[in-house]
Design a protein around this ligand. Structure first.
Ligand code: SF4
Length: 295
């Protein structure tokens, strides 16, 4: 695996409204999951060989330095531009090492992933939880493995991700599902959404956070359209192009109805879906002053 230079890893974020995170860190650059809708491969981010996963030089040393120098403790997010549980993590153990440092220095963590390898680190999440908030977000966009295999070809199958949610939940880790993006004409059926809510409830998910559409930036769009043709059909590609042309946000034509059904089913199952409720729930008991941005 190629190593790339880095100056700093744990950085302050101004996106506290996004799962209540104070800092962000990426240990790897690039991602090999091959998701057809991946926003991180958009031209604006300038990552040339996105599918090649590289690790950051002296990542754990930098993280330790960064954490030591922070005057304010907080929740550190990971998983926004590359998956912290990519297949290389099993051997590299960078994410594992970073979690241990967060524990040592008294920080919380918010992980977003599609990797079922996350269950390896349950013991460390349990340790962090003793002093700081922990939230694990598993991205699942298709209930059926046959569809997830086509949409996220190199990521663990949806069934494995649900199983990881169950194991996290059984071990007392606050976890749930990122139901995003929902792809028009592919995953925006009532059946898919209702099945995901049902499986989420059965596997102990505390929340589901959805987006009933997908963004399309330059670079991302070309990749998406070519994958639609390759993994589905030319007709599927043409349908999408006809309907959305070069629109940035491509909302599902069924968004309104799906959103209504989704909320109804979540309420029936006791699953949270509003961002402020999710943040309150996982940060509960760790100091009310940390929630001031919600007011
Ligand atoms: S897991 Fe995330 S970063 Fe990786 S390819 Fe999929 S959408 Fe992109």
């Amino acid at each position: 695996m190629k190593t790339i230079p880095a100056k700093s890893i744990v950085q302050k974020t101004n996106m506290e409204g996004w799962f209540g995170c104070d800092y962000n860190m990426n240990l790897y650059k690039g991602c090999c999951h091959g998701c057809i809708y991946c926003d991180s491969r958009s031209s604006c981010y300038g990552i040339i060989r996105f599918d090649e996963v590289c690790k950051k030089e002296n990542a754990l040393g930098l993280i330790e330095e960064n954490l030591r120098s922070k005057r304010k403790k907080g929740v550190v997010a990971t998983g926004s531009m590359s998956d912290p549980y990519n297949p290389f993590e099993e051997k590299e153990e960078l994410t594992k090492g970073a979690l241990k440092l967060l524990d040592t220095y008294g920080f919380g963590v918010a992980v977003a992933t599609k990797g079922d390898l996350i269950v390896r680190d349950i013991d460390i999440f349990r340790e962090i939880k003793k002093h700081s908030p922990v939230i694990c977000k598993m991205t699942i966009t298709a209930a059926q493995d046959e569809i997830s295999r086509k949409i996220e070809p190199n990521a663990p199958l949806a069934s494995k991700r649900f199983s990881a949610v169950r194991q996290l939940s059984e071990n007392g880790i606050f976890c749930g599902i990122l139901l995003m993006p929902i792809l028009p004409f592919l995953t925006d059926s009532e059946g898919n959404i209702l099945r995901i809510v049902k499986l989420a409830a059965e596997n102990g998910a505390k929340f589901i956070y959805p987006a009933f559409g997908v963004t399309m930036r330059n670079g991302q769009r070309e990749w998406f359209l070519s994958c639609l043709e390759k993994n589905f059909s030319r007709e599927q590609r043409e349908k999408f192009e006809r309907y959305y042309d070069d629109r940035y946000y491509c909302a599902s034509p069924n968004a309104k109805r799906l959103s209504y059904l989704f909320r109804r089913e979540c309420e029936r199952s006791g699953i949270l879906y509003r961002m402020e409720d999710i943040i309150r729930a996982y940060r509960k008991g760790y100091g009310e002053e940390q929630l001031s941005f919600l007011k």
